[in-house]
Ligand binder design. Structure first.
Ligand SMILES: *Cc1c(COP(=O)(O)O)cnc(C)c1O
Length: 423
């Protein structure tokens, strides 16, 4: 490591290399998306240097007048978009939102029910992560693998015995709606709460293309704002009015001090975009996911969720254990610029199986770039050519680049503009 110039040179080269790779690749990571240039403009304002601890109008530092106005805008738009009685826009990420929700709804040593990680649950619902930070005990839901859904009858039996304080729903592998109504009914019997973690599907909920957990009886919804919701990397919490005070206290002073005011500002732009374009976007996302799943199935892949039409979200999951497993397959695809991740499937055991049998894909980002059903078929064919026909890597990478060449403009936004630009 040498001079400042050396460091800056290396740094700039790395960022340029990163951008060039994404410009020429197919991003299918289900938890990522692209923000528009107006959103990105707001990342870099002076707000990113400031603090605004406390609530609007009751800050701990001076100088927060404009910040109050920005946070109020974010709150108003969030409540409008999700028809929520209460919202908190301060959590700086989905995990932080979950920690806050656990603080608001539980005491240490309480029991919660959640999905295990192979069944789709997020690490933060488990005892070695956010739930563990609160000292919670975690019981996994019984899961019906065939239908890829929680077994409600068995859950009811367990719940009657163990009386969990919170039923956690929402997950990282989420192909279909989950039994919010049913669990809310069970929860009401012993004054427990339903927490729905909508990190993956928030954009689909905004566009009314997925179950609406608040309408179905969830008490609290936590969610990242950068997966199907195409905003900056942070999170929101929605809740019923009676939980407002507990939630707000759990967020501040509970788990945030500064709350990243530059990305809060950027969030306002994404909320406005979602209100305007959310329905068209979300409906195309789900159509694309279904088409990708169907085409992969037709080409002979073991696509998960067959009995229910493969997917009702942005995700597609495939069992690739016959093709060498998730790690090998994900790496092979990376070589042809198709970016996705290996993923545990319900029958994988976390401890015994360092190599997951599945891969997971999400079509939200390529949809934001304007891809539709025809492009989904082309993507499925490219994956097939790579993994089953084992065609030439160089030629396949060229095919990916050619497809991507036509889709580098961000859609479902007020001013369509080149993605991946960086000055
Ligand atoms: C991604 C994810 C999170 C974590 O969100 P971050 O914003 O990355 O902290 C939490 N819950 C679920 C279900 C997720 O998929």
């Amino acid at each position: 490591m040498g001079s400042y110039e050396d460091v800056l040179g290396k740094l700039e080269a790395a960022v340029v290399r990163h951008n060039s790779f994404y410009k020429e690749s197919l991003p299918l990571i289900a938890s990522e998306n692209l923000t528009c240039s107006i959103t990105r403009k707001y990342y870099s304002s002076d707000l990113g240097h400031r603090y605004a601890e406390g609530k609007i109008g009751e800050r701990f530092y001076q100088g927060c007048d404009a910040i109050d106005e920005i946070e109020q805008l974010a709150l108003d738009l969030t409540k409008k978009l999700f028809k929520a009685e209460h919202a908190n826009v301060q959590p700086i990420s989905g995990v932080v939102a979950n920690i806050a929700a656990f603080f608001a709804l539980t005491k240490p040593s309480d029991l919660i029910m959640a999905l295990s990680i192979p069944c789709g649950g997020h690490i933060s619902h488990d005892r070695f992560s956010a739930a563990g930070i609160r000292g919670l005990r975690v019981e996994y839901y019984p899961f019906n693998v065939e239908e890829m859904e929680i077994d409600v009858d068995e859950t009811k039996k367990i719940a009657e015995k163990l009386r969990p304080r919170v039923f956690v729903l929402g997950s990282s592998l989420i192909l279909f709606p989950q039994p919010v109504r049913e669990l809310a009914e069970i929860a009401s019997e012993f004054d427990s709460k339903v927490l729905y973690d909508a990190s993956h599907v928030l954009g689909l909920i905004a566009g009314e293309e997925f179950q609406d957990p608040l309408r179905e009886g969830a008490d609290v919804v936590t969610a990242s704002t950068h997966k199907t919701f195409f905003g900056p990397q942070r999170a929101i919490i929605l809740s019923k009015k009676e939980l407002a005070e507990e939630i707000d206290k759990a967020v501040f002073p509970g788990v945030v001090s500064n709350h990243h005011l530059n990305t809060l500002t950027a969030l306002v732009v994404s909320l406005a975009e979602m209100l305007e374009f959310g329905k068209d976007y979300a409906s195309q996302v789900v159509k694309n996911a279904k088409r990708l799943a169907e085409k992969l199935y037709d080409l002979g892949f073991k696509v998960i969720g067959e009995s229910k039409g493969f997917t009702a979200s942005h995700q597609v999951a495939v069992d690739v254990s016959d093709l060498g497993g998730g790690s090998k397959v994900a790496k092979s695809l990376e070589r042809i610029n198709v970016v996705l991740n290996k993923n545990l499937l319900p029958w994988d055991e976390v401890s015994k199986s360092p190599d997951p049998s599945g891969i997971r894909m999400g079509v939200q980002e390529v949809t934001r770039l304007g891809m539709r059903e025809d492009e989904m078929e082309e993507i499925a064919e490219i994956i097939h050519s790579c993994l089953i026909k084992e065609d030439d890597v160089f030629k396949l990478r060229q095919r990916v680049k050619e497809l991507k060449q036509k889709f580098r403009t961000i859609k479902y936004t007020f001013e369509e503009e080149e993605a991946y630009s960086w000055e």
